[in-house]
Design a protein. Structure first.
Lengths: 205, 205
């Protein structure tokens, strides 16, 4: 099944696509941690060595499988560079700078297809959890007992910001300059990251 | 085109459906305020008096057209009953009580179809703006200069909560008892409603 190659991309495009499809299946079904490179090779019916050869690490394979437009590692570095106290503002700013850029359209279409497709949703949740949130939590050294909770609260605000600004296009949030949004939204994200959280469930009113 | 009737619903079901379809079209195209009952009747090719006869007010027609599972007026009353200072907690609680109930599934399917369909999205935005937000803002007597901004920020949090809990099903936010979520999320919603908002865009970091 070998084809002649003209580009600089190594390997057979069919093989590459088979591996990507197999990776999407196994990441969605088993999760990132349990889906081994060996199992992905087997599912794609190629030698596991080829999986490594084409994609390097499992992380890089996941990024390629998601067609994720930016390197999560670089994104995490930007968010955490100022330490815990700046993380709220940096998170909102980094997020808006990606979505306001040309690659933001990829984010919107990913969000759209995730909402209407259970399988894409599983993949997105797995990607968000293992490739982004897990790293942000480790970098910021949050109390592990509350880290997952704080991360999911942050997603509730950032996901809703994406929905209101880019999908629902609700004014004025849809057209405000991003720095104004950072000023208004960052304190709420910062509270989710490092503020007091009343988890007792005994709120008044 | 008259059919025999057996139920207690007045009028011809074809006529009812024509009016509902016409209403959806005009509310999406012209907006709620500009779409008159007369224009909706004309679009449906029925006497405007029939539109009033079947649906009463334009508000009730909009609720029927959206198949909205609860009465927005009652919803707004619940949220604003405790005045401005309790509105954050009441808003999160009311919202969760609806979504956690059997009718919540209708909300999820409305959100799903809005995200993938521009026309449904327009209708949802128009409904949210004219039937819910406008009333909440009036009841709470927020400064009109900032009212729309505050409302859109609230939507960014509440919409994101729906996304994280019911669609993405991100843990632990997906399974926490609603009163715990109220305790954690209400202060952020309250800040959007009545807190200081830095709109200068000169946030540090």
């Amino acid at each position: 099944m070998k084809r002649s190659r003209s580009g600089r991309r190594p390997g057979n495009p069919d093989t590459r696509e088979s591996i990507l499809a197999a990776a999407r299946n196994l990441f969605a079904e088993r999760g990132f941690d349990a889906a081994t490179m060996r199992a992905i090779g087997a599912e794609a019916e190629v030698d596991p060595a080829l999986v490594h050869h084409y994609f390097g690490t499992k992380e890089k394979l996941f990024i390629a499988a998601m067609q994720f437009p930016v390197d999560p590692q670089q994104l995490v570095a930007e968010v955490t560079a100022g330490g815990r106290d700046e993380a709220g503002a940096r998170l909102v700013r980094t997020f808006l700078s990606i979505w306001d850029s040309p690659v933001g359209a990829i984010g919107a279409s990913l969000l759209r297809s995730a909402v209407s497709n259970e399988w894409t949703l599983k993949l997105l949740r797995e990607f968000l959890t293992t490739q982004i949130l897990r790293r942000v939590l480790a970098e910021l050294q949050l109390d592990p007992a509350q880290a997952q909770l704080r991360a999911s609260l942050v997603v509730s605000q950032i996901g809703g910001l994406a929905f209101a600004r880019y999908i629902l296009k609700l004014e004025p949030i849809a057209s405000l300059p991003s720095e104004q949004l950072v000023g208004m939204i960052a304190p709420n994200v910062q509270r989710y990251l490092t503020g007091e959280l009343d988890t007792s469930g005994s709120a008044a009113a």
